[in-house]
Design a protein around this ligand. Structure first.
Ligand code: ZN
Length: 178
């Protein structure tokens, strides 16, 4: 009996490994998935994003927003414009100045500045608490790396342990949603 269970378990592991490898190979070719850390993905294991949230409606909603941003399926004005949806233009409807993409929404839109600042300060404080100010400047001196941190901090997993990744992910998920 236990031999049967072992064989089934080995079979399940082999299937998950095959699908995980296929998924990673597929993802390497998708520019919209550039923010996800492919190395930590595994079929059958939830992404860190979901592990950091409780099963409450409000937190699941936050998770959905971030998952869309992370997978390139969040509908920005730039995306609407690109795919010619409803005669949209690419300009952000909040500030009406700049083109609206994920980076603009999360880091650059002047209309969202005060809201973002609140969560961004918490995020920065938490990260500096772990890695120090010098390392922060070293790693996060430009918007592209801050965007990587916000969308999937496991991209910098060499600097954080599992518990720290969970805390940072939770704060950045709030930032994405508000
Ligand atoms: Zn804007």
């Amino acid at each position: 009996m236990s031999r049967t269970i072992t064989v089934i378990w080995q079979c399940k592991c082999a299937i998950q490994k095959t699908w995980t490898n296929l998924l990673k190979a597929e993802m390497d070719n998708k520019s919209t998935l550039k923010y996800i850390n492919v190395n930590v993905l595994s079929i059958g294991t939830p992404h860190t994003l979901w592990k950091s949230l409780r099963s409450m409606v409000s937190e699941v909603k936050m998770g959905i927003t971030k998952a869309r941003m992370l997978t390139g399926t969040f509908m920005t004005q730039a995306t609407r414009y690109k795919f010619k949806i409803e005669n949209a233009d690419h300009i952000c409807q909040l500030c009406a100045i700049y083109s609206e993409d994920i980076k603009h929404i999360l880091l650059e839109c002047p209309a969202l500045h005060s809201v973002r600042k609140l969560y961004y300060s918490r995020l920065k404080l938490e990260v500096i608490h772990v890695i120090g100010e010098k390392k922060w400047l070293e790693l996060f001196g430009n918007h592209e790396s801050i965007l990587l941190l916000i969308l999937d901090c496991s991209n910098f997993s060499g600097n954080f342990n599992t518990e720290q990744i969970t805390v940072i992910t939770k704060i950045s998920t709030e930032l994405c949603h508000h």
